[in-house]
Design a binder for this molecule. Structure first.
Ligand SMILES: [Zn+2]
Length: 233
């Protein structure tokens, strides 16, 4: 991985040297930059080319970034809005007898023992989200698996893991990995991610057969995909 400064932005890129005459630059949907360079090209020549296309590279990255899971900066103080299952709740931080998080009268209440430092509130909340994610995802996955009855695969195991750039993924053997952040989205959005990942047990790649299967299980999947991409900010 190499790095180049473009104004205040760092552009990270990988170089691959192959038998070809011209240099190609690819920006992938995960914002990674790949340089496919002729075998003989020097590091200096490559950097010059990357710098020349830097504006285009940054624009491409910005385009892809709008589809990534976003979480705005949080300060973990009363008055902030935090989401849970597609609804937003006002955060209320207070001092109490014991550390506790609860949803009460439309508020997401974080009760802290002794002090309510943002870092502590953040951890308490993260734990609460994680525990609810685990329960909710397991029960939704059970329902979703029922819809795949006619297909021949075993009920996949769920693994809840934080991922920077995706909601879910599957290893196509027996497991689905799902982002706990998804608990902030509505049940339908979570269902969509589970359906999508389970479809990969039927069709591995995102080809026509994949989308046919997806649509047969969840006909309005596009609506939930869009919600997930746009609303969860
Ligand atoms: Zn997929």
């Amino acid at each position: 991985m190499r790095k180049l400064k473009y104004g205040t932005t760092d552009i990270f890129f990988e170089v691959q040297r192959v038998k070809r005459k011209t240099l190609a630059i690819e920006v992938h949907p995960d914002s990674s930059v790949h340089i496919i360079a002729p075998e003989q090209s020097s590091d200096f020549e490559i950097e010059k080319k990357v710098l020349k296309r830097a504006h285009w590279i940054v624009k491409q990255q910005e385009y892809f970034e709008q589809f990534l899971p976003r979480t705005p900066k949080r300060e973990y103080v009363s008055g902030e809005t935090h989401c849970y299952l597609g609804k937003s709740y006002l955060l209320k931080v207070k001092i109490g007898e014991a550390n506790q998080v609860k949803l009460k009268s439309g508020q997401l209440q974080v009760i802290c023992k002794e002090n309510s430092a943002p870092e502590k509130v953040k951890n308490l909340l993260a734990n609460w989200y994680y525990n609810h994610a685990e329960k909710k995802f397991q029960s939704l996955a059970k329902d979703v698996f029922e819809k795949f009855k006619e297909y021949d695969f075993k009920e996949p195991k769920l693994e809840i893991r934080r991922m920077k750039k995706r909601w879910g993924s599957c290893n196509t053997v027996d497991k689905i990995i799902i982002n706990p952040e998804l608990i902030k989205a509505s049940s339908k959005c979570i269902e969509y991610v589970l359906v999508h990942e389970m479809c990969h047990f039927v069709v591995k790649n995102h080809n026509k057969a994949f989308y046919t299967t997806l649509s047969s299980i969840m006909p309005n999947w596009q609506k939930w995909k869009m919600r997930l991409e746009q609303k969860l900010a």
